[in-house]
Design a protein around this ligand. Structure first.
Ligand code: PLP
Length: 377
């Protein structure tokens, strides 16, 4: 048997990783400015993370959600404190798509409505509800196509109100910062306006913080650059530094009923141990602050390159847009300079490094980027 070939692969096999670095089987060292797609938040193989997971594995790794798991309470308390959302309730699952799927379902249960509004260029995952509200027709299978998923132009409040005033919408879903779509930041006034419209028309506001959350933008959540108060918040990528985990933060006014949501693996002991380790390190090492400082530094340096069409981002979620395909730049960075970066479509290079990135590493990237860009342009 072989893996189903849905990914285009780099010809590199990492076998070891530490902090912001990866090593392949030949011993070549790579600087990681991609974080395994925004997943590695506290750096690879952090000692506290290793200790927490190893200790937990030696005690109990898994039991179902039919018993009391104190780690879920510890994790919820720490997440509430660090994110400033202490009064919210927490539902744990295993991935970003699953988090959004549950958010959509919860909104529909509570409002009794079936339509969901999302925005141009959005990405919310690949499960049926999440993909239905995603703006990438190619990945929506016929069974996932539904008239209940409606798209509206990004940052256009008037257009959103036209739809929401029908009072048919269970929820509006929007990313804290659009990732896959190319690092597009919602205007704070747009988010705040959406929050007001949602209240006015009885619709839930879901903030998808799967990529932009967990300190990446220089605040715990991307939406915290505005004053909006969402009904539901979804997280995943950075929350357990690579251990599969997702979560749904639920406004205190929303009441659960037994059996409303459920999962086999979500919130298991190992996942919670990983998530607690991440929250501990984020707090102890001031990683949210570091993401802001290093992000501001990188954005300022990148703005000096005349070859770049536009640089967008907040914290360590940065998009570098060119007016032509950047494949050659990305490949040179990887194969010649040994730096991992991400992409968003053919023209946008995406930086999603671990939140522990330091100035020396950022400067190293700028120096190599400058070399590569001069060779390519
Ligand atoms: N939402 C956003 C904003 C994402 O960026 C992603 C993944 O890239 C998802 C949801 C889906 O997450 P997962 O791949 O964990 O299902």
């Amino acid at each position: 048997m072989e893996p189903f070939k849905v990914y285009s692969l780099f010809d590199i096999t990492p076998v070891r990783a530490k902090g912001c670095y990866l090593w392949d089987e030949k011993g070549t060292c790579y600087l990681d400015l991609y974080g395994g797609h925004a997943v590695i938040s506290i750096g690879h193989s952090h000692p506290h993370y290793i200790t927490k997971l190893t200790d937990q594995l030696n005690k109990i790794g898994f039991y179902s959600n039919s018993v009391k798991n104190p780690l879920q309470y510890e994790m919820a308390e720490k997440l509430g404190k660090l994110s400033g959302m202490e009064d919210y309730q927490l539902f744990l699952i295993n991935s970003g798509a699953e988090a959004n799927e549950n958010a959509i379902k919860l909104a529909s249960f509570v409002t009794g409505r079936s339509e969901i509004l999302s925005f141009s260029k959005c990405f919310h995952g690949r499960t049926s509800g999440a993909v239905a509200v995603t703006d990438i027709p190619k990945i929506i299978a016929p069974i996932n196509r539904t008239a209940n998923a409606i798209l509206s132009p990004f940052n256009d409040l008037k257009a959103a109100e036209e739809k929401l005033k029908t009072k048919k919408f269970a929820a509006v879903i929007i990313e804290g910062i659009q990732g896959v779509g190319g690092i597009h930041i919602p205007e704070p006034s747009f988010l705040e306006g959406l929050g007001e419209l949602c209240k006015k028309y009885g619709t839930f506001l879901i903030m998808d913080e799967v990529q932009s959350g967990y300190g990446r933008s220089g605040k715990f959540f991307g939406f915290q650059h505005s004053k909006v108060k969402p009904d539901l918040i979804t997280t995943a990528k950075g929350m357990a530094d690579g251990f599969p985990m997702g979560s749904l933060l639920i406004h205190p006014d929303i009441q659960p009923w037994s059996g409303m949501l459920g999962t086999t693996f979500g919130g298991n002991y190992l996942a919670c141990a990983a998530a607690i380790a991440v929250l501990d390190v984020m707090k102890d090492e001031n990683l949210i602050e570091n993401a802001k400082i290093m992000g501001d530094f990188l954005l300022e340096k990148l703005k000096e390159f005349p070859q770049i069409k536009e640089v967008r981002g907040k914290g360590l979620m940065i998009g570098i847009e060119f007016d032509k395909p950047m494949k050659a730049i990305r490949e040179k960075l990887l194969y010649e300079e040994h730096i991992f970066t991400g992409a968003a479509g053919p023209n946008i290079l995406r930086l999603l490094p671990p939140l522990i990135l330091n100035k020396e590493q950022a400067l190293f990237f700028i120096e190599k980027f400058s070399k590569v860009i001069n060779e390519c342009y």
